[in-house]
Design a protein around this ligand. Structure first.
Ligand SMILES: Nc1ncnc2c1ncn2[C@@H]1O[C@H](COP(=O)(O)OP(=O)(O)OP(=O)(O)O)[C@@H](O)[C@H]1O
Ligand SMILES: [Mg+2]
Length: 417
């Protein structure tokens, strides 16, 4: 069995905290079994490495690993995403489709944000856990699958159970073994170590000397609450590495990069996530879906008019406003808005495709190491991905990115996309 140190090195896990080491050790111990594992811990503590370790060290490592962000899939489609559907099961189900539980047969499924699963889906999941059986949406025939489930949550599951949002029996099934990752503020001795590691990585990446903290700045680093944990620490290290000319960082300079420092100090409990550290992806998705629904209704109206009148030109003239609304006006004028894209180090894995050819699995990702992109590359990447996801429709991409269509247009020109 590989040692905890070797595994940490292999999966890029930095830190010597005893609770962290115990978490990695537990992942190694359970990996040869099929036991369900629940990974718990605040946002940004590194939960995503645990299912990867478990899968890679298991006999399933040559089969598929699928990570699904349960919180990002609309309630209406989640059963079909996870378990598949039969042709004709609902409007738009033009052909039979396999879900993740069928595709990952023999492999591992990582159910991230499992607390967000709708109750009806929880019943289906319980059935898979109990006898390895699932039923496609619209089918009456049970199918067998052999999938190992690792789930994760950053919310309080007991609270969800008390509020009857999560089934208690499912919770106990999922958490046969619980692996808890500690918050960064409870790993004081790892904070500076992680910061130095990130500073040195970004120095290599941006070909600049490594930033160093003065003693005062180090003290501030240790006192800060880090409610966004390692993700937030890494973002701060990256921003300072890129933006500061002087390579010795004082506490005053560091303070400027710590959002809302007053309320982030340990004495104050702050539950809301700082905007800019992690954009609220679910809200963005809801907005995009809402806009798409509106566009769809407008398109239905146009199609109906076209069918009834049979004269495209008349319909076009009568509905100029609507057409512009749907297809966007190609206004070339560029203003000087100084908008910046919300930059996060997450790459929205929940909407990454694993089957590009068929574009079927929109809410999952296959195992893949997270790469660190420069601020410029990140922005470019975000824009490209968003445009791809929306088949080049600027209106939808702009809504998703949280910028105006005009700014998006300017950036498309700027990056020559
Ligand atoms: N011990 C560590 N060493 C180095 N980098 C780490 C470590 N833990 C986490 N990270 C980095 O921190 C970032 C956040 O980790 P991750 O995405 O696993 O968080 P999470 O616990 O899943 O958060 P959320 O609940 O918000 O999804 C990632 O970029 C990850 O690579
Ligand atoms: Mg996560």
């Amino acid at each position: 069995m590989e040692s905890v140190q070797a595994i940490k090195q292999r999966f890029g896990i930095i830190g010597n905290d005893a609770v962290l080491n115990r978490a990695v050790e537990k992942a190694i111990q359970v990996s040869p079994t099929d036991i369900s594992v629940l990974v718990t811990g605040e946002s940004g503590v590194g939960k995503e490495s645990i299912p990867k370790i478990i899968h890679q060290l298991s006999h399933r490592k040559h089969a598929k690993y699928i990570a699904v962000n349960c919180g990002a899939i609309p309630e209406g489609t989640i059963d079909s995403e996870l378990f598949g559907h039969e042709k004709g099961a609902f409007t738009g189900a033009t052909q039979t489709r396999s879900g993740y539980f069928e595709v990952a047969d023999g492999g591992t499924i990582f159910l991230d944000e499992v607390g967000e699963l709708p109750l009806a889906t929880q019943v289906r999941l319980l059935r898979v856990l109990e006898n390895g059986e699932f039923i496609k949406v619209g089918s009456s025939k049970g199918q067998k699958t052999d999938v190992r489930i690792v789930a994760a949550t950053n919310s309080n599951m007991f609270d969800a159970i008390r509020k009857e949002k999560f089934r208690e029996d499912l919770y106990y099934r999922l958490s046969t073994v619980e692996i808890h990752l500690p918050a960064l503020r409870k790993r004081k001795e790892d904070i500076h170590l992680l910061f130095r590691k990130f500073a040195s990585d970004f120095a290599v990446k941006y070909k600049m000397p490594t930033i160093r903290l003065t003693d005062d700045a180090t003290n501030l680093l240790l006192k800060f609450r880090w409610s966004g944990n390692i993700r937030q620490l890494r973002n701060v290290a990256e921003q300072i590495s890129v933006l500061e000319q002087t390579r010795t960082i004082s506490s005053d300079t560091l303070r400027a990069y710590l959002p809302d420092s007053g309320s982030n100090l340990p004495a104050v409990i702050k539950t809301t996530k700082a905007r800019g550290d992690f954009s609220n992806e679910r809200e963005i998705l809801y907005k995009v879906l809402f806009d798409m629904k509106n566009d769809l209704n407008d398109l239905k109206k146009l199609t109906m008019e076209l069918m009834q009148s049979g004269n495209g030109h008349d319909v076009q003239q009568k509905n100029q406003g609507l057409i512009e609304k749907i297809y966007g006006d190609d206004d070339d004028t560029i203003d000087n808005e100084l908008e910046v894209l919300p930059l996060t180090d997450k790459r929205s894995p929940e909407i990454e495709v694993i089957d590009n050819a068929n574009d079927k699995y929109r809410f999952a990702e296959v195992i893949e190491e997270e790469e660190t992109l420069s601020l410029h590359d990140k922005e470019l990447e975000l824009i490209k991905k968003s445009l791809e996801r929306h088949n080049g429709k600027r209106k939808l991409a702009a809504a998703e990115l949280g910028i105006s269509e005009r700014t998006l247009y300017r950036k498309i020109k700027q990056y020559d996309l």
